[in-house]
Design a protein around this ligand. Structure first.
Ligand code: SF4
Length: 393
């Protein structure tokens, strides 16, 4: 059988352990101090990879992403064994992007050099802020000094391509405090900066505090100012805002995340990881999510079962909706001609044109793009665009 995936294909590896759970975080991650069951978990990932041999032998992997949780709690040798196994059961594209998330408190120069030798070629540092106050409010284990030290070490270790994550919209945050975070971040010359607004997620400590009125967040106007400041300042320093929350130097867009935004396929390994693949010939692919609990996940793999918790067989409508939902986040937008040819759908211009006239969208070279004005109410606009879809038979 030839390769059925001729587009980008990603492999995501979820490491669900952290030193301590942050109060705002709803990721599938568990605070375990330094007691990480690395060997057992690595064996489970290798075992799970074996369960997907048939799928992976038809794939050229264009990106591998170690996310979490805190993947930098793992050793370079564990990471290397996973990369090597992926390479042995599928093929890696030349220049495959291999990213690993690092919490500044859990790595040092030696470990970073080890990751580079293991095959990692892109580091994403979870800085969040250079303000002692913000980090304390966010319950982070890293200090500003930890972040500065690790960012310098990333470069010294030989990584050319690296990201740093920043967060705004933290309780009591002012525009000035956010500006000083951005300016500090610019000192490190990273190829990529992610700038996320704090969101209050259900079932987190922050959600409890928020509903008790004990979490005074900046108001909407202040958040818009912060969002615009990030865009203007980072663009002035040569970073392109290629996605709502992501900025890169030209050519350094995160290839792995582009897979999600562009509707390409990926296999997620590890507790709670999500996948979107073509398997067993459903025409529109399947999405599935792994068992979230790490121990139950490891048990299932040990028993030789795919550790899947739930699976959705997609239909054309769902694929199209996801494509708009994710694709409109990208600066390049969605190519309407492409969508019409591949997915047999078009937009009712009577519904779309008023949104263009109001300055929320522009249509350039057949691509529908959200403007700077539109991005501020993107979720509202996406609902309107989905309503304007006309499905051809
Ligand atoms: S370090 Fe990251 S993944 Fe871990 S709890 Fe904090 S925010 Fe969540």
């Amino acid at each position: 059988m030839g390769k059925i995936y001729n587009m980008a294909f990603g492999v995501y590896i979820h490491i669900p352990y952290c030193v301590k759970k942050c109060p705002y975080c709803d990721f599938n991650s568990y605070g375990v101090g330094r007691l990480v069951p690395e060997d057992d978990y690595t064996l489970a990932i290798l075992g799970e990879l074996d369960l997907y041999r048939d799928l992976l032998k038809n794939v050229t992997v264009t990106s591998i992403f170690f996310g979490g949780g805190t993947p930098s709690l793992f050793s370079p040798s564990g990471v290397e064994s996973i990369i090597d196994r992926i390479a042995s059961v599928s093929s890696l594209s030349p220049g495959v992007e291999v990213s690993l998330e690092v919490n500044p408190r859990t790595a040092n120069l030696e470990k970073l050099r080890g990751f580079l030798i293991a095959g990692v070629n892109r580091i994403s540092v979870g800085v969040q802020s250079f303000s002692e106050r913000k980090l304390k409010v966010l319950g982070r284990i890293n200090s500003p000094h930890d972040s500065e030290t690790i960012l310098k070490a990333v470069e010294r270790a030989g990584f050319v391509n690296f990201n740093l994550d920043l967060m705004f919209g933290v309780p009591f945050e002012t525009l000035k405090e956010w500006e000083s975070d951005l300016r500090k971040a610019l000192e490190f010359g990273s190829t990529h900066i992610s700038s996320y607004c704090l969101t209050i997620e259900d079932d987190t400590e922050f959600a409890t505090l928020y509903s008790a009125g004990k979490l005074p967040l900046p108001d909407e106007d202040e958040l818009i100012d912060m969002f615009n400041l990030a865009g203007n300042l980072l663009e002035a320093y040569g970073y392109l805002q290629y996605e709502v929350s992501n900025f890169s130097k030209p050519g350094f867009e995160c290839r792995h995340n582009l897979i999600y935004w562009q509707g390409d396929y990926y296999l997620g390994l590890g507790a709670g990881a999500h996948s979107y693949v073509l398997e067993n010939n459903p025409p529109w692919g399947v999405r599935f999510a792994n068992i979230r609990d790490p121990n139950r996940y490891m048990k299932a793999v040990k028993e030789g079962k795919r550790p899947v918790d739930f699976l959705d067989i997609l239909d054309r409508r769902k694929v199209i909706e996801d494509r708009f939902l994710m694709g409109l986040r990208l600066k390049e937008g969605i190519n309407l001609r492409d969508i019409s040819e591949k997915l047999r759908v078009y937009l009712n211009r009577e519904r779309l044109d008023p949104l263009v006239e109001e300055g929320f969208f522009e249509v350039l070279n057949d691509s529908l793009k959200v403007t700077k004005k539109g991005v501020l109410i993107l979720n509202e606009l996406i609902v309107k665009v989905l309503d304007a879809l006309v499905y051809k038979e």
